[in-house]
Write a protein of this length. Sequence first.
Length: 364
Amino acid sequence: MQTKIIVAIFFAGAVGVSSQAAELPSPDTPSPAQAAELPSPDTPSPSQAAELRSPDTPSSPQVAELLSPDTLSETERVGSVEAEMKGALVLRGQVLLDRAHFSSGEIDAAYGQNLRMAIQGYQKSQGLTVTGNIDAPTWEVLNVDAAPILQSYTILQADVDGPYVAIRKTWAGKAKMAALGYESVEEALAERFHVSPTLLKQLNPDKVMSRVGEVIVVPNIATNELPKAEKVIIDGSNSTLALVDADGKIIAQFPVTKGSKHDPLPRGKWKVTGVMHNPVFHYNPKLFWDAKPKDTKVTIPAGPNNPVGVVWVAFSKAHYGIHGTSEPSTIGKTQSHGCIRLTNWDATTLAQSVVTGVIVLIQK
């Protein structure tokens, strides 16, 4: 069976330094020189999308198990997903939740804290008993989505061309770059398909992702946009961000990295004041408690490795916002400089659903 999807190309963020300790990023569009190094954000053409097709049967038993979520029996498909589990059933649950906009962050085929929060949020939104496990009643609702869990993607010339660039380590070094693009095709593909680089490699042993025409296996992730949200609720107690519609129903939930003891979350009720895509980042060492003595003010160009990622959602608290990151594996597991940090794909989804004036409620 052939499966076709339209893939939105998202930019990755950069070293996860939040922007509470920075001036608001500029909404200006990157310069032509910067833009030249940025991968195209356009959706692939229909002819490109047609190159997505069913995966080949893998030879490795371990990979074969990971690739089995679409061939599980009816009994297996309602097996409980619980703490410490790994494998095809967990992968199935993560992809279905991702398509329902209840993100567990990186899809990694492993049950962790972010997946538990995603399950609980989904169960609450559906009026199910909140257990944190994908039990039979939860599977009954999730399995209404009958689209394949995995599919194949054919590497295109544009994927190979990038451009890709090694990111400099220092603030001063980054500031001298024309743009902060992806560092590798593997990084770009992992971002695009919401998958951890490790799982992407496990699903594709012996595949050369820098070779045009190579067919790789990827998660069949969410492609539909959300309706507009009336409210954003950031819960510091479980490190989640929820989007709520006009009827008070949670329509999406994402794991977040929150503030720290040095830069705590600004609790209270705020409003969205702007949404910026591919922002530059104004680094001001005076606003960073961990800045180095020799650091100076610099402007970091836009791109996948920009410190605030691909999106900046400002709200009515100076220097604070919601943004992406270049380190999706750290979301929900580390601390920030006060802002709310998401994976770049979740930040992009958020940006599609909020507008100026939307309430941002931060609670713990």
